[in-house]
Design a protein around this ligand. Structure first.
Ligand code: HEC
Ligand code: HEC
Length: 444
């Protein structure tokens, strides 16, 4: 170390020691550790645009990177393109609200209320306001110690994209298409909780899959972390979502109708939202056994082809599948639309074979059965055939939902795609397995 460097170092040390000596606040903070050099601070109150429900405005193209529709609202009107002009109408119809417009006094009361029930960045918590909440917090692993660890890990691995409050507005995330998930709406796309429950939340295993595998075709990377680190991060994502949804719901009510009692409003949201996470984590989606499964690989493959050919009919059937209303031309000409976050989404091009949440049987099954919340893709529970009291399928050879799953797999697979269109070959397979009349499959 040169003399000058040593001198500067000494000066800094003296300054630092002096600071720590005279400020009690500094000593009250949790000890610093490898990530925590910034100390503690409260979560800032949201100051962005709030989307009440999926915008109906027409949209003709993807937004420019860094300029999603909500951000474009901040541009001067003379710089808007046609899509942005139509989107602005949503704002004037009160479907998009401006969080900045809340009076400062109210902002302070609101922010203090949130801190009371959800703690600060280094000391996050979910305040158990009723006795029933205690076991829920325990079952969901949302204890303060776990959240504090998860928070530090989230800050180092995730917040560059997802932002410190989980708003999806991190410095790197802002420029991605699609945008990183904003957890504050309480909506997640890829889940395996019982879809019949209104407002189902992801199970911990779903979040784990997202973190460990990332999303092919979107900016969400895969993370190779230790098991206990992933578990702590999952808890923190759930925490950010619960905190964010309580904020979202209270902010919406405040901007629409006015709120007198912020603490009351926040706690009633928490009483509603926490049990949903808890219930969803107790009720996994039921997957019917694959009736085309076979222990012999060649036979299993042939039966899958038959099932895919049958799925072609379901896919095109406007009443049963209705897939083509959105996945136009198998997704090659899908129309753009807005999603619940006020950003643009396009029904997947299924011909490419890139699926964000996986191509395995059970993964595609879960997407079709449960739908993709927030994106506009609905649940297709009606594709499950009826079963008797014991749960045995009444028509085991015909399972429309499994058929569509196999058809989606075939669409993205060069070999299967060509085989199901070879009528003579398929006819023989239908005869071999006594599956009735063969289906003529044709697409280009
Ligand atoms: C490089 C940017 C980036 C980083 C870093 C990142 N994500 Fe993401 N994440 C995304 C994008 C983009 C999406 C949205 C993909 C979509 O909408 O299809 C996403 C989506 C998600 C979702 C939503 C899944 C669903 O079902 O809706 C979760 C949960 C998530 N990320 C968690 C994490 C966690 C936890 C970390 C840190 C360990 C992390 N992400 C780091 C970009 C990122
Ligand atoms: C109302 C519109 C709509 C309907 C109807 C619809 N989808 Fe979708 N689908 C979407 C949208 C939008 C996405 C893209 C979601 C995203 O990117 O976040 C999507 C995505 C998908 C995905 C991709 C999942 C992944 O992991 O990436 C599959 C597979 C899929 N749809 C299959 C189907 C099938 C099969 C049907 C009919 C049974 C169907 N969809 C009906 C709108 C729809």
């Amino acid at each position: 170390m040169s003399i000058i460097n040593r001198w500067i170092f000494g000066l800094c040390l003296a300054f630092f020691l002096g600071m720590s000596g005279c400020s009690n606040e500094w000593q009250d903070l949790p000890s610093t550790n490898e990530f925590g050099e910034f100390g503690d601070r409260p979560f800032p109150l949201r100051q962005d645009w709030l989307v009440v429900s999926t915008p109906k405005a027409p949209v003709t193209k993807w937004f420019e990177a860094g300029l999603p529709p909500l951000t474009a609202l901040d541009l001067p009107p003379n710089q808007w393109n046609n899509d942005q002009k139509a989107f602005f109408a949503e704002k004037t119809s009160n479907n998009i609200l401006n969080c900045k417009s809340l009076p400062t006094e109210e902002k302070i009361t609101f922010a203090k209320g949130l801190t009371k029930y959800f703690g600060t960045m280094r000391q996050p918590k979910i305040e158990p306001i009723t006795e029933e909440m205690k076991p829920m917090i325990e079952d969901l692993h949302l204890e303060p110690e776990t959240l504090a660890t998860g928070g530090l890990l989230f800050e180092s691995y995730c917040s560059t994209c997802h932002g410190s409050t989980g708003a999806g507005d991190g410095p790197a995330g802002k420029f991605l298409i699609p945008l990183p998930r904003d957890y504050r709406q309480g909506l997640f796309k890829f889940l395996t909780a019982q879809p019949q429950n209104f407002g189902a939340k992801p199970q911990r295993v779903d979040l784990k899959h997202t973190i460990q595998y990332g999303m092919v075709g979107a900016g969400m990377p895969a993370f190779y972390l230790e098991e206990n680190q992933i578990e702590a991060i999952i808890s923190y994502v759930i925490f950010l979502s619960i905190r964010g949804e309580c904020e979202y719901s209270t902010m919406k009510n405040s901007l629409k109708d006015g709120v007198d009692d912020y603490a009351g409003e926040i706690t009633s949201a928490l009483k509603r939202i926490l049990p949903r996470w808890w219930e969803s984590n107790k009720q996994p989606m039921k997957l019917d056994e694959n009736p085309y499964a076979d222990e012999h690989p060649q036979r299993a493959y042939e039966k899958k082809l038959i099932s895919a050919a049958l799925g072609y009919k379901v896919f095109l059937d406007g009443k049963k599948g209705a897939c083509t209303t959105c996945h136009v031309n198998y997704g090659r000409s899908s129309p753009y639309q807005y999603d619940s976050w006020g950003t643009v989404v396009q029904p997947r091009n299924l011909m490419v074979g890139i699926l964000r949440a996986g191509r395995e049987d059970h993964q595609i099954y879960a997407r079709i059965l449960g739908g993709i919340p927030g994106s506009g893709m609905p649940s297709h529970a009606h594709l499950i055939p009826k079963s008797d009291e014991t749960g045995v399928l009444i028509t085991p050879k015909q399972h429309p939902l499994w058929n569509v799953v196999h058809f989606v797999q075939a669409l993205g697979d060069v070999k299967m795609k060509s085989q199901i269109q070879q009528f003579d070959y398929m006819k023989k397979l239908f005869e071999k397995y006594e599956m009735g009349d063969p289906v003529q499959v044709k697409f280009d």
